[in-house]
Design a binder for this molecule. Structure first.
Ligand code: NA7
Length: 565
C-alpha cells in the first residue's frame, strides 16, 4: 500500500470527506479516478486486491489471455501518447502483459496516490438529507462522499460451486478467479479441473504439459476457436499509431468495439463449399472473426448459425483421435451465444496420454473426498483440484456490495425479483451512485477497456453538469428503468443470445433469476448515453442543493467543510 493510503487510514473511525469514492481498481475504476481528478474532484479508489488491475490482478491462472482482438485495441484509447508509448507484442496479450500495462498506466498518470489497495468496502449507505454516501471499509475507515462509483467488475464475484464434500478436499485447491500470486507447480501431480468455460479451456492445455495427469470434469461441452495468438505485425502497429483518431472512431462505431468492418454477406448467400473455404481461412488465422466477421448473420439467424456450429463440430472430430472423447466434446447449442472461447491447442490436448475427460452429464460428481473426486462411475484420485467454475456475472459483485439507498432499502431488496437500471449507469432509489459496466450496458460484449472509458467520461460529464447547475443529487425518474429494461430485452431479442442458457442470462448460478444482462447495441448504446446527456440528463430526477440555512444545507455544508479541511 502507498504512503498516501497509510495517511488516509483512520483507525479512530473519524469521518473523512471526498467528492467521489470509486470501488475497483481495474480498467474502469482507474480511468474514472483519472477523469474525476482532471475535473478537480477529490476521489479515492478502494480495491480488495493487492495490486491494481481488477480482473487482470485476480486471474493469474496459467494460460490466461485476452480473448478479444487484443494488441493495440484491448487497452485505453484516451491518450494518444499512451498508445504510442506502450508496445504490445502479441495479438492476444497474456495476463502478465495486461497487468504490466495497467501498472504502467497507474504510474504514468500518477494514480497510485489515490488508490488504496487491500481495502474492501464493507458498507455504503445513502444519507438523503445530506445527499451523500457514507462508505465503510474493512480497515475501519468511514468516508463521506457525494458520489459512489461502482467499478466492481462483471466477472469478479467468484462462483464457488455447491458440490458435496468440497471443503473436505485435502490437497491444494484453487479457483481460477482467485489464483495465487506464487507460482503453482503441477509437476508430478494428479490435477483435476472442474469447468470448461473460457478459464478452463485456456488453462487445460498449459496444465496438461506439466502435470503427471490431468482429469477434466466437463458439464457442458463448448465450442472453442483457435486464438491464433502471434506476434503483432509491425505494420498494423504503425498504421494504428499513425491513424489513431480514425481507428478509435472506427472502434466506437463497430458492433463489438474492435476496428473491423463487419461482413455484409449472409452465410446462406454462399454455397457449402464457399462457406467451408471461408471458415477454414478464419480457423487457420484464429480469433473471433469466424463468428463475428465472416458473415453478418451467425448471431442472428439459426440456419446461418448451424453452418458454423457444424464446421466447428467437424473440426473436433478431425482433431480428437479417440471417437468416444470427441463425442463427449461435441457442443449442441447455438454457437457464439455463450461467451465465445478462444483457445491455444484445447482439443489437441485430449490426444495426450496424461489427459482424461469425464462427462458429468453421463457420470455426475457424487462427492468430493479428501483424496479426489468421486463420480457415479468411480474415484478420481487427485493431488490438486482447480475450480474453473466462473462467476456470479455482471450483477454478483454489486449485490455482494449491497449498498443501502434511499429509505434504507438495500440493493438486494431492490433487485430481489429482477434487476433494473437506467442506462445501466444508475439505479432508482440509489441517488448519486453510478456503475461502470453495470447490468444493461454492453459490458462483456463490447471492447471492455473502451466501454469503461466511455462510461467513465459520461459520469465525469454528468458530475460536471450537476456542479455547474448547483444540483446535489441525481437518480432515475419513475418508470424509466422499466422502459430501459424493455429496450435492452428488445435489442437482445433480435439476436440468438437469449435462446441459450449462459451467464449472460443468469442461468449459471442456481436460483438466480433469468434476465438478459447485456445491452447488445454497442455503438447504439453509447449514442444513447450521449443523447441523454445532451438533453440535460433526460430521464433523471435532478435534485437541487438544499436551500442555504436549512438543516439539510448545514448538514451538507459541514460535510463539504470536512472535505476541505
Ligand atoms: P464460465 O464461462 O462460467 O465457465 C464455468 C464452467 O464451470 C462451465 O464449464 C460450467 O459448466 C462449469 N461449472 C460451474 N459450476 C459447476 C458445477 N457445480 N459442476 C460442474 N461444472 C460446473 O466461467 P469462466 O471463468 O470459464 O469464464 C468467464 C470468462 O469469460 C472470463 O474469465 C473471460 O475470459 C470471459 P456449465 O457450462 O454451467 O454446465
Amino acid at each position: 500500500m502507498s504512503e498516501q493510503s497509510d495517511q488516509a487510514f483512520s483507525p479512530t473511525g473519524g469521518i473523512q470527506a471526498l467528492d467521489a469514492v470509486i470501488i475497483g481498481a481495474g480498467f474502469g475504476g482507474m480511468y474514472a479516478l483519472h477523469c474525476l481528478r482532471e475535473q478537480g474532484l477529490s476521489a479515492r479508489v478502494y480495491d480488495d486486491a493487492s495490486s491494481v488491475g481488477g480482473t487482470w490482478s485476480w486471474n493469474r491462472y496459467p494460460g490466461a489471455r485476452v480473448d478479444f482482438p487484443g494488441g493495440p485495441y484491448y487497452c485505453y484509447t484516451f491518450s494518444e501518447a499512451l498508445v504510442r508509448e506502450w508496445d504490445w507484442t502479441e495479438t492476444q496479450p497474456d495476463q502478465p502483459s495486461v497487468l504490466a500495462y495497467l501498472n504502467f498506466v497507474a504510474d504514468k498518470f500518477d494514480l497510485r496516490r489515490d488508490i488504496q489497495l487491500q481495502t474492501r468496502v464493507t458498507a455504503a449507505q445513502y444519507d438523503e438529507s445530506a445527499q451523500r454516501w457514507t462508505v465503510q471499509t474493512n480497515r475501519g475507515e468511514r468516508v463521506s462522499t457525494q458520489f459512489l462509483i461502482c467499478a466492481v467488475g462483471t466477472l469478479s464475484a467468484v462462483n464457488r460451486p455447491d458440490i458435496a464434500g468440497l471443503d473436505s478436499f485435502a490437497g491444494e485447491c484453487f479457483h481460477t478467479g482467485q489464483w495465487p500470486h506464487e507460482a503453482v507447480d503441477f509437476a508430478g501431480k494428479r490435477v483435476g479441473i472442474i469447468g470448461t468455460g473460457s478459464s478452463g479451456v485456456q488453462a487445460i492445455p498449459v496444465i496438461a504439459r506439466s502435470a503427471a495427469h490431468l482429469t477434466v470434469f466437463q458439464r457442458t461441452p463448448q465450442y472453442t476457436i483457435p486464438a491464433g495468438n502471434r506476434p503483432l505485425d509491425p505494420d498494423t502497429v504503425r498504421h494504428t499509431r499513425e491513424h489513431w483518431a480514425q481507428v478509435r472512431r472506427q472502434m466506437i462505431e463497430s458492433p463489438f468495439g474492435a476496428p473491423f468492418v463487419p461482413s455484409t454477406r449472409s452465410a446462406l448467400d454462399d454455397t457449402p463449399l464457399q462457406r467451408q473455404a471461408l471458415y477454414e481461412k478464419h480457423w487457420q488465422k484464429g480469433g473471433l472473426g469466424i463468428a463475428f466477421d465472416a458473415y453478418h448473420d451467425i448471431l442472428f439467424n439459426q440456419e446461418a448459425n448451424h453452418t458454423l456450429a457444424e464446421f466447428v463440430r467437424s473440426k473436433i472430430s478431425q482433431i480428437v483421435r479417440d471417437p468416444g472423447t470427441a463425442r463427449k466434446l461435441m457442443p449442441d447449442y447455438l454457437i457464439g451465444t455463450k461467451r465465445q472461447i478462444l483457445d491455444s491447442g484445447y482439443y489437441e490436448t485430449y490426444n495426450r496420454d496424461n489427459v482424461t475427460l469425464v462427462d458429468l452429464r453421463e457420470d455426475p460428481i457424487e462427492t468430493i473426498t479428501p483424496g479426489g473426486v468421486r463420480t457415479a462411475r468411480g474415484e478420481h484420485p487427485l493431488d490438486m483440484l482447480i475450480l474453473a467454475t466462473g462467476y456470479d456475472a455482471i450483477t454478483g459483485a454489486l449485490q455482494r456490495l449491497n449498498p443501502q439507498g434511499r429509505d434504507g432499502v438495500t440493493l438486494k431488496q431492490a433487485w430481489a425479483e429482477r434487476f433494473s437500471t437506467y442506462l445501466g449507469m444508475a439505479i432508482r432509489g440509489f441517488p448519486n451512485l453510478f456503475m461502470i459496466h453495470g447490468p444493461e450496458t454492453p459490458s462483456v460484449l463490447f471492447n471492455m477497456p473502451l466501454g469503461a472509458e466511455l462510461e467513465a467520461e459520461w459520469i465525469r460529464d454528468c458530475i460536471g453538469y450537476l456542479r455547474a447547475h448547483r444540483l446535489g443529487a441525481i437518480e432515475p425518474a419513475a418508470g424509466v428503468e422499466a422502459a430501459w429494461g424493455q429496450e435492452v430485452a428488445q435489442v437482445a431479442s433480435q439476436t440468438l443470445f437469449p435462446l441459450t442458457e449462459s451467464w449472460y442470462t443468469g442461468a449459471n448460478i442456481p436460483g438466480k433469476h433469468r434476465q438478459f444482462a447485456v445491452h447488445m447495441g454497442g455503438p447504439q448504446y453509447f449514442k444513447r448515453l450521449s443523447d441523454v446527456a445532451a438533453r440535460a440528463y433526460e430521464g433523471f430526477v435532478l435534485e437541487p442543493l438544499p436551500p442555504p440555512g436549512t438543516h439539510r444545507a448545514r448538514d451538507a455544508l459541514s460535510k463539504s467543510d470536512a472535505a476541505s479541511r
